[in-house]
Design a protein around this ligand. Structure first.
Ligand SMILES: [Cu+2]
Length: 158
């Protein structure tokens, strides 16, 4: 193959264009977390704990992990999941290692009967109409603040 200086220059230009394109794609790499429909359940009068729910969507091309939640409505906040034991009894337990993986191009739904954010040691009763502040901590995306209105289940469609 005869590589004239002109051809060589064209190839060089094409290669550098390719490099620029790849770099641009690289910029959008990583997780891209979006929180949808956060809400918390009203707590019964004497209840010492409450629960909050939401949909955590990851539109990026890399997994992320929810590694903790902070809030000031309770003494502690834990990531929990509901499971059904051998006697068909529903139980909840803290998610192992407090690590909830949010896979790339996917979403994890926190909902009654499944994953939830447990508000342990409520400082006051959660009443409908109130809005609670939570800070979600992700391994790669960092902290994301969420405002969860307190409302009855299924209070809002969609
Ligand atoms: Cu729980």
């Amino acid at each position: 193959m005869n590589l004239s200086p002109k051809r060589f220059l064209i190839i060089l230009v094409l290669l550098s264009l390719l490099a620029v394109t790849l770099a641009a794609c690289g910029g959008s790499k990583g997780p891209q977390i979006e929180i949808k429909d956060p809400w918390a359940r009203p707590s019964p009068k004497m209840a010492t704990s409450g629960a909050a729910y939401m949909i955590i969507e990851n539109k990026g091309n890399e997994d992320d992990v929810l590694i903790g939640v902070e809030g000031d409505v309770s003494d502690a906040v834990e990531i929990h999941e509901m499971t059904i034991d051998e006697n068909n009894v529903m139980r909840m337990r803290p998610v192992e290692g407090q690590r909830l993986v949010i896979p790339a191009k996917s979403k994890v739904e926190l909902k009654p009967g499944g994953y939830h954010i447990m508000l342990i040691g409520l400082k006051h009763q959660l009443k409908e109409g109130e809005v609670i502040d939570l800070t979600l901590k992700f391994e790669k995306s960092g902290e994301i603040k969420v405002q969860a209105p307190v409302k009855m289940e299924g209070g809002m469609g969609g």
